[in-house]
Design a protein around this ligand. Structure first.
Ligand SMILES: [Zn+2]
Length: 199
C-alpha cells in the first residue's frame, strides 16, 4: 500500500516492504521510495524521521535528474573493445592511486549496478557502461576499486573518492541521469538491456 510522508517541502510517496532481512534499509527505485524492513519490524515510519536528511537529498537529486536526463547523450560509437580497453586503463590508474590490487575484471550485463567488487577482489563491470562518457566510466571504476579500502558508503569512503573526484555528488547525479536515459532507451526497445538504478 502506498503511503505518504512529508519532509520539508517534499511530499514523498513510499511503500513498506517486509523481507527476511536483518537490518532495515531504504531504497529508491523508479522514483518510488521503499522501506525494506524485517518481518517483525515495529515502526518503519521512524526510519523516515531518522534518515530524513539523507532521504531529502536523495529525492531532490532524483527529481532534478528526472528533468535533466533527456539532455544527456549516450555514446553509440564506442565498441566493446574500446570500452574494455578504457576500463582496464582506469583500473590500472585507480589501483595505483589507491595502492590496492584487484584480481580479475569481468564484463557482464547486470540489472542493478554499474559495477561491483567481490571480497576476493574480482571486479565486475556492467557492459552498458560503454554508452557513458569517459569521465563517468573513470568515476565508476575508481568508486568500485575504492570499495576494496572501504565497503560502506560512509564518510571515510567519500573522503577517499573526493580526493580524486571532489565533484562526486555531481558524478552520482549524472550517473542517475544516464541510468534513467538507458532505461528509457530500453523501453523504446532501441537496446535490449535490463536496468535498475544502482552502483
Ligand atoms: Zn559504491
Amino acid at each position: 500500500m502506498e503511503k505518504i510522508a512529508r519532509i520539508k517541502d517534499l511530499i514523498i510517496r513510499y511503500r513498506v516492504v517486509y523481507r527476511p532481512i536483518k537490518n532495515p534499509r531504504i531504497e529508491f527505485k523508479t522514483g518510488e521510495m521503499l522501506l525494506i524492513v524485517p518481518p517483525e519490524y515495529k515502526d518503519p515510519e521512524a526510519l523516515i524521521v531518522k534518515h530524513s536528511k539523507w532521504i531529502y537529498q536523495n529525492i531532490k537529486q532524483i527529481r532534478i535528474a528526472l528533468h535533466t536526463y533527456r539532455e544527456r547523450q549516450l555514446n553509440y560509437h564506442r565498441t566493446d573493445e574500446e570500452f574494455k580497453r578504457l576500463v582496464r586503463s582506469y583500473v590500472r590508474y585507480a589501483t595505483k592511486k589507491l595502492d590496492v590490487k584487484i584480481n580479475r575484471i569481468f564484463f557482464r550485463t547486470m540489472v542493478s549496478k554499474w559495477a561491483s567488487c567481490s571480497i576476493n577482489k574480482n571486479l565486475k563491470v556492467n557492459n552498458i557502461g560503454k554508452y557513458l562518457p569517459k569521465e563517468l566510466i573513470r568515476y565508476i571504476i575508481y568508486h568500485e576499486v575504492a570499495h576494496i579500502l572501504e565497503k560502506k558508503h560512509n564518510e571515510r569512503f567519500w573522503d577517499i573518492i573526493a580526493s580524486i573526484f571532489p565533484d562526486y555528488q555531481q558524478k552520482e547525479a549524472e550517473l542517475l541521469d544516464y541510468w534513467l536515459l538507458l532505461n528509457e532507451e530500453k523501453k523504446n526497445r532501441l537496446e535490449r538491456i535490463s536496468l535498475e538504478h544502482g552502483l
